[in-house]
Write a protein that binds this ligand. Structure first.
Ligand code: 11C
Length: 338
């Protein structure tokens, strides 16, 4: 059987990648419909060599769509998704609008595929840094429960959409030419800089992006006691997010055991031979789906031998967003839920 698929926000960085991933993975598509804002109406996008015209996203026009992949901001997600569900579509939404709702499963297919069985028309795709970090720790968590994580993220400009990529490019060019430039997406110059802010800050001084790792991590790992202290940094890298993660486990674990586990973990590529300069780097993980994990070492500040530190990188646009969403759609088919 083939399916009628829609992409809401088809012209953005994630929407474009969703179309590419559907084609690459040979997803059983009967027909595809592409939705975007009125600005893009009439433009065309290619899918398997055929041109498809972009339609304006509106309420009430989703009849006949089996699966709608959402790649719009929260505001548009809230405006259009209820209507798509009413029209009979199963929606897989990449925004954060519904992630923490009780009746909406939040899924990383390598981690909690069973959660898909509880869906009521809407499934949420987690935050990109959370997906990448959880793919890295998932199998270790099965060996011994993760109790606490200290995470620092190094997030690519693509996390802010295609505008983030063009802003970095424009700044590098303007600086090389000795010209001035204006910031639109980021609050400060991102070229040759780091910005320790992604999202707004709460009363304790944590940014919204930083709290997603704990909140979404608790839901995905089904561990309401999980503690995560996260610092999120925007870095001048195009599209792979990187993370330094120090993990505190329930039981003792050593680096060798962790390497053995991660060498077989789904969705992971172990790249861990620092003596020979082999470790994950964001350029190496861009434009593919695996999360690379390396620099695995015992946490020398954990006297009980229950701590590990690792470094991981993953393509934010793909595994952190588009691929994860398409994998959820594949899960629906595999489980005969559509
Ligand atoms: C960023 N991770 O890098 C953000 C963008 O929760 O899906 C995605 C925010 C989210 O800016």
């Amino acid at each position: 059987r083939k399916y009628n698929v829609g992409i809401l926000g088809a012209t953005g960085a994630v929407g474009k990648e969703m179309l590419k991933v559907l084609e690459e993975r040979n997803f059983p598509v009967e027909n595809i419909r592409l939705f975007a804002s009125s600005r893009s109406v009439g433009k065309k996008m290619l899918f398997k060599g055929k041109e498809y015209e972009i339609e304006e996203a509106k309420k009430g026009i989703y009849k006949g769509i089996d699966i709608l992949l959402g790649a719009v901001e929260n505001e548009q997600a809230k405006e259009f998704i209820p209507s798509a569900i009413e029209n009979g579509a199963i929606v897989i939404d990449n925004s954060s609008a519904y992630r923490m709702a009780d009746d909406v499963p939040l899924i990383v297919p390598e981690v909690n595929p069973e959660a898909v069985e509880t869906h009521k028309g809407l499934i949420a795709n987690p935050n990109c840094a959370t997906i990448i970090g959880l793919v890295a720790v998932n199998e270790l968590n099965k060996y011994s429960e993760v109790e606490r994580m200290i995470v620092s993220t190094y997030q690519a400009v693509s996390g802010a959409g295609s505008g983030g990529i063009s802003e970095l490019d424009a700044e590098i060019k303007a600086i090389a030419e000795g010209k001035g430039f204006a910031m639109k997406i980021f609050p400060y110059q991102i070229a040759y800089n780091l910005i320790p802010q992604i999202g707004g800050f709460d009363e304790k001084g944590y940014s919204s992006e930083e709290m997603k790792f704990q909140n979404e991590g608790r839901k995905i790992l089904n561990n309401p006691k999980l503690k995560v202290n996260c610092t999120c940094i925007r870095v001048p890298v195009y599209r792979s997010h990187s993370e330094s993660i120090t993990i505190e486990f329930k039981d003792r674990i050593d680096a060798e055991k962790a390497r053995e586990i991660l060498s077989k973990a789904e969705g992971v590529k172990l790249v861990d031979d620092p003596q020979n300069k082999k470790y994950p780097m964001p350029l190496d993980t861009s434009d593919q789906d695996l999360v690379y994990v390396g620099r695995i070492r015992e946490d020398i500040s954990n006297d009980e031998g229950k701590g590990l530190t690792l470094w991981c990188c993953g393509d934010q646009v793909r595994k952190g967003a588009a691929t994860n969403a398409v994998q959820i759609a594949e899960l629906l088919i595999k489980k005969e839920m559509i």
